[in-house]
Design a protein around this ligand. Sequence first.
Ligand SMILES: [Zn+2]
Length: 234
Amino acid sequence: MALTFEKVKLKSQSRLKGLHPVVEAATVALIERCYARGVNIVITQGLRTIAEQNALYAQGRTKPGKIVTNAKGGTSYHNFGLAIDFALLLPDGKQVSWDLKRDGDGDKVADWTEVVQEAKALGFEWGGDFVSIKDAPHFQMTFGLKTSQLRAGKEPTAAQVKAAYAKIDRCKEADEVKKDVPVSVIVDGKKVADGVADNGVTYTPARAVAEALGAKVDYDAKTKTMTITSKGDN
Ligand SMILES: [Zn+2]
């Protein structure tokens, strides 16, 4: 059974708690936009409290295990609800993947790359662009603030937050006014025509589609009327 958007979103629900509201809005938009592109993601990490971060930092240092982070508590944007980590959600809706080359939707663009494109359009910085330690599953919004400033209680300004919301809105609007998008028209699994989608309406030869459905098509040039009669009415 195909994964619905609601199902995909639900997978990340618990990780959205504690995020800065604008980061949460961008994250939900990211899940949605990736879904629309045929790429499903799950948020694996959102807010990480300073205590949780310290416990993680201790791992591989003063506690057993492998080193998993170089950030002490209070030095990660996760500690302030400004960062998220993601993984690709596989079609079974359970397994996840960190395969940066996977192309699950078969569009010749790696799914990971598609997610990064969408995230950047929504205003996120990508951990894969970091100069020191690359962090491919990581996105953050810093608002130009260092973690030391955040630790000291500084917050993004109202104007910065407003601008971030506006960026998310612009992404959504850009989708809605898409014009002249070429589309393939498939009837019962067979391509019968090309069409053009214009602001949510698809224009395509009516005859090709109707005949593919087994209907009879008549055109009266005098009245400029096309009459489509379905099989059942013949
Ligand atoms: Zn992260």
